[in-house]
Design a protein around this ligand. Structure first.
Ligand SMILES: Nc1nc2c(ncn2[C@@H]2O[C@H](COP(=O)(O)OP(=O)(O)O)[C@@H](O)[C@H]2O)c(=O)[nH]1
Ligand SMILES: [Mg+2]
Length: 413
């Protein structure tokens, strides 16, 4: 993943993908635009919340990121989001926007599957009641599997012949087939290691191919389930069924995208004080000292909606959850922030600007410092790298959460 990570939002029509995208993108006040080259209506910048290095050094007052923002040591790092619309059962055979969907998908590094747990929409997104959303979790993965399997099996005869003729390794042969999905040889290697295959590729059965594709999908498209519409009165049943079947808490998040959008709008209009993704919000009634200078809510319907939100969502679930969906997806990718600075002693980038930690890049944990250099500096020659305290850091050393995560690149040969 040499480029910036891209997180795809998938799910059936009306599950809440667009709402989720809006809820994650529209961050308040001081946010810099992210320099994405393509302009695509389905792409947007989301903000991943991480602990900023400025807090570690008591410099939060001086933290002014080039991109995103930082509030009291809580940093909002831009990440690219993609709304992958149009997936319905049968997409791999071209139903719905089938092929368009699958073409978009190949650019994603991780997926957030937005699942409508209200039970009020069927597999095609049409209005119904009592629908069991557990089915959506299963068919969606099935569509991705069938799509990749189909492409592979269709050509398997010639793939096998070429494999034998060129005496290739299984990794090379598969990577040839999977590169179109944004795969790398390392991804293919990990997926083969995972299933511990012993039979040579020439002898793979259909079942083996399916096993390989399944492992590949797990590696290439790690997926987080965002159980959305938890504000809906009927949501409990689906939440229960899905979390029972998929107990891995790292991969499941409960969300109410619409509530996040609603609260951010109210915050902009100064009816509430609310920090994106926060665990509480304040209206004028609760703001006894008038710290936030809020407007009074005079519309009774609005007041009822706000009270319901508090009772049905915040008291029960703690927050709207959307921020956690993004964090969970980043965790699946093992992303860690690296802060690159020009001056390793005061963490600024220039002698005329006292702002610290202006640049932050997300990389996979375990990445070698040398690769981080190339990712950030491109072709600019870097003679050596320093870490905190001006200590030399080897280019073969790796980065991790809080380890080699503040770096200074010394330009030269
Ligand atoms: N109750 C509730 N409705 C939601 C939520 N998120 C989205 N919706 C509604 O679900 C419908 C479909 O949402 P949309 O974002 O357009 O779905 P998409 O087709 O997946 O992009 C809209 O009417 C939204 O207002 C939520 O968290 N709770
Ligand atoms: Mg949409």
């Amino acid at each position: 993943m040499a480029r910036d990570p891209l997180i795809g939002l998938v799910g059936k029509p009306s599950s809440g993908k667009s709402t989720m995208l809006n809820s994650l993108t529209d961050a308040t006040a001081k946010t810099g635009a992210f320099p994405f080259t393509t302009i695509d209506p389905n792409k947007a910048t989301g903000y991943l919340q991480i602990a900023c290095a400025c807090a570690r050094f008591g410099k939060s007052g001086l933290c002014r990121p080039n991109y995103g923002s930082c509030k009291n040591g809580k940093r909002f790092v831009p990440v690219m989001l993609l709304d992958v619309a149009g997936l319905v059962p049968g997409a791999h055979e071209g139903r719905g926007l089938g092929n368009k969907f699958l073409d978009d998908l190949r650019h994603a590094d991780a997926l957030i599957h937005v699942v409508d747990v209200s039970g009020s929409t069927d597999a095609e997104g049409k209005a119904t009641s009592g629908y069991d959303a557990l089915q959506d979790v299963e068919w969606l993965r099935g569509e991705i599997l069938r799509w990749i399997e189909g492409n592979l099996k269709e050509k398997w005869g010639s793939i096998k012949r070429r494999h034998t003729a060129t005496k290739s390794t299984a990794v090379d042969t598969l990577q040839n087939q999977f590169s179109g999905y944004g795969s790398t040889a390392a991804v293919v290697q990990r997926c083969l290691d995972r299933i511990k295959l012993t039979e040579p590729l020439e002898q793979w059965s259909d079942g083996t191919i399916e096993l390989v594709v399944s492992a590949f999908v797990d590696e290439k498209f790690p997926t987080v389930l965002a159980l959305n519409k938890i504000d809906h009165p009927d949501a409990d049943r689906c939440i229960y069924r899905i979390t029972k079947k998929y107990p891995d808490r790292d991969k499941i998040v409960l969300t109410s995208a619409i509530s996040e959008v609603f609260l951010r709008r109210l915050a902009k209009q100064r009816y509430v004080n609310y920090e994106e993704g926060g665990q509480e919000f304040v209206t004028k009634v609760e703001d006894h000292e008038n710290r936030f200078h809020l407007k009074e809510i005079t519309d009774e319907r609005l007041q009822i909606r706000i009270d319901t939100l508090r009772d049905m969502l915040f008291y029960r679930w703690g927050s709207t959850g959307v921020i956690y969906a993004l964090q969970a997806a980043a965790r699946q990718l093992h992303l860690v922030p690296v802060f690159s600075v020009r001056n390793i002693h005061n963490f600024t980038n220039s002698s005329t600007d006292d702002a610290v930690f202006k640049d932050c890049t997300l990389v996979k944990c375990g990445t070698q410092v040398g690769s981080v250099v190339r990712k950030i500096m491109g072709d600019v020659p870097v003679a050596f790298v320093e870490g905190v305290g001006g200590v030399r850091v080897s280019k073969t050393d790796t980065v991790d959460e809080g380890k080699n995560d503040i770096l200074c690149f010394k330009i030269g040969h």
